[in-house]
Design a protein around this ligand. Sequence first.
Ligand SMILES: Nc1nc2c(ncn2[C@@H]2O[C@H](COP(=O)(O)OP(=O)(O)OP(=O)(O)O)[C@@H](O)[C@H]2O)c(=O)[nH]1
Ligand SMILES: [Mg+2]
Length: 369
Amino acid sequence: MGLEEEIEALREEISNTPYNKSTESHIGRLKAKLAEKKEKLENQSSAGGGHGYAVEKTGDATVAFVGFPSVGKSTLLNALTAADSEVGAYEFTTLDVNPGMLQYRGANIQLLDVPGLIEGAAHGRGGGREVLSVVRAADLAVFVLSVFEIDQYERLKAELYENKIRLDEEPPSISVSKKGMGGIKVTSSVEQEMSEDVIKEVLRERGYVNADVTLRENLDIDRLIDGIMDNRVYIPSMVTVNKVDLIDPEYAETVRERLRAHDIAPADAVFISAEEEKGLESLKESIWSNLGLMRIYMDKPGRGIDYDEPLVLPEGSTVADACEKLGGDFEQRFRFARVSGPSAKHDEQQVGTEHVLADEDVLRLVLRK
Ligand SMILES: Nc1nc2c(ncn2[C@@H]2O[C@H](COP(=O)(O)OP(=O)(O)OP(=O)(O)O)[C@@H](O)[C@H]2O)c(=O)[nH]1
Ligand SMILES: [Mg+2]
């Protein structure tokens, strides 16, 4: 039996086995085995000369537009950026990944228009795997849905999941350290719904013989496997609904219903018309907030405060992070900093490298000569 058949057989067995306490360990083992085989298959095919898209990551953040063919991804990219991505009234106009740069609030946000995801893309058909590798490297996935095809959302999400992209969730809180002896020891700071035996089975299947496993959240089998496999990425996502120019106002309620049916709060989905350039300001605003970025205005000696080109950092960044992003020898020469704005107790507050900055702070670094 080839790897692909083995994977198919495992999938089948998993879906045919009812889940209960007595089958839990068995299912755990099967799922771990499946994850292992999929990884192997992947390594094989990438060794066989599979080449991903080499889109260089530039700017402060990268956003991937994910959608079926012809939903308007290229039109949208063109409307948002200066790039000229080919737009056509037939499917698969975009045979390659098109990058464009969106300037928003002083940040450079790279937008990637990826070819339409199709059925089976995650299994390497239709060049889908290369497309998905682009999504994996992004800081945010934006699902582009056409107003008449909201249901495509589930398929897109499934494709991403299959390709080990986890949306809107934190990485599992689990650590495993290999030991020389003593078998597998499980410690958990919270109560687990899975029995210890299941956890051990899954780890053994992954090849652990002696190891200390520490869990800090209640995990199910899938998240346990995610936690012990490499290669999972965790990125936020959002939804935009395109081609709203084609519907009557009354139909909007139907669209909202469809969104709710897929657990998308209608208020969180951004309604746009890429063609008529409507709703694009809300979309940019929403992309910005989903990326979780903030602007730091640098007060440069002799040059004043630079409001045009802020330093763009992830929310929660510190003065040390700002120094690092600035590069050079700022970190080594750092004496103290002065901060004014939302994070400061008062103007020109003197702070150290550990100070947590906030959006629109003004920052001045005082350095050693
Ligand atoms: N009415 C209307 N048509 C749109 C809108 N956005 C895109 N279109 C049309 O939809 C068709 C497909 O648009 P593209 O931007 O090429 O779609 P795509 O998602 O990039 O498609 P692929 O590259 O094939 O994956 C084109 O004829 C566009 O003119 C919109 O907001 N309203
Ligand atoms: Mg396109």
